[in-house]
Design a protein around this ligand. Structure first.
Ligand SMILES: [Zn+2]
Length: 84
């Protein structure tokens, strides 16, 4: 019989799943950083992916991996928002 101290209780499982979620977020963040570096290498860094206008420096400073200007990002988020 398994000892209670070694059992993968629901609580422990949830803790591990939470840790996996955190790692997944980190990896997604890393992918964004890689993409930003690639844009920098290609000369497209700091230009909005949708409208092609320069992304304001303030926005890049706050979010260096920003792919779009605030207006385009807002439009996109509205478009993809899940209706609840
Ligand atoms: Zn834009």
């Amino acid at each position: 019989m398994r000892q209670a101290s070694q059992a993968l209780t629901k609580q422990r499982l949830n803790g591990l799943l939470g840790a996996l979620d955190a790692r997944e977020r980190e990896l997604r963040e890393l992918a964004l950083i890689e993409a930003a570096r690639a844009r920098a290498a290609e000369g497209g860094y700091g230009l909005c992916a949708d409208c092609g206008e320069p992304i304001p420096f303030d926005r890049l400073q706050a979010n260096p991996t920003a792919l779009r200007c605030a207006a385009c990002q807002g439009r996109r988020e509205k478009l993809h928002a899940v209706a609840s």
